[in-house]
Write a protein that binds this ligand. Structure first.
Ligand SMILES: [Zn+2]
Length: 171
């Protein structure tokens, strides 16, 4: 496993569209493992391959624990929303590609998602609350969409101009 470099906005590669995985083979499995190690290294809860410059529809999610019970990490290829609830939730989101900024995003409260797991098995998962929010955030990445595209353009431009300045100072 390896810790991967994460792209930071603004970066055109973050707007690339992920290509579907034909099969979860050893190569895809390695990408999943690397993403998971990177996620733990950065203390995140979700990471999409696009954020590491890998143009594949692969995401990993680990919410840690719920009510003291550890949750198994979710490794997903080709995740696709099959249903979303009309009811919505407002969640404060952040993103490893938009470091340091947190904004409220409104998304469906409950979802049903299909995907291929790390053993190339078809899965259908129902999720709500934070897990549903996180899955939707990661699927957005596979379509080249950052969470700041769900907030007002004024706020988005402010965040992007600050990130641009930070990038310049770092060089
Ligand atoms: Zn993100």
């Amino acid at each position: 496993m390896a810790v991967l470099d994460i792209l930071r906005a603004p970066d055109p590669r973050l707007h690339a569209i992920g290509i579907p995985v034909e099969k979860v083979d050893r190569g895809v499995r390695k990408t999943m493992d690397d993403l998971l190690e990177t996620l733990y290294h950065k203390n995140g809860i979700g990471l999409a391959a696009i954020q590491a410059g890998i143009q594949k529809r692969v995401v990993v999610i680990d919410l840690g624990e719920r009510n003291g019970i550890p949750l198994k990490p979710l490794l997903m290829a080709n995740p696709e929303l099959q249903w979303v609830s009309p009811a919505t939730q407002k969640t404060q989101e952040g993103c490893l590609s938009v470091p340091g900024y947190y904004e409220n995003v409104v998304r469906p409260l409950e979802i049903r998602v299909s995907y291929l797991d790390e053993n190339n098995q078809n899965q259908l998962l129902s999720a709500r609350d934070l897990l549903a929010d996180c899955i939707q955030h990661e699927i957005d990445h596979l379509n080249g969409v950052l969470f700041i595209e769900h907030i007002s353009s004024l706020k988005r431009h402010l965040i992007l101009s600050k990130l641009r300045k930070e990038k310049k100072q770092r060089r």
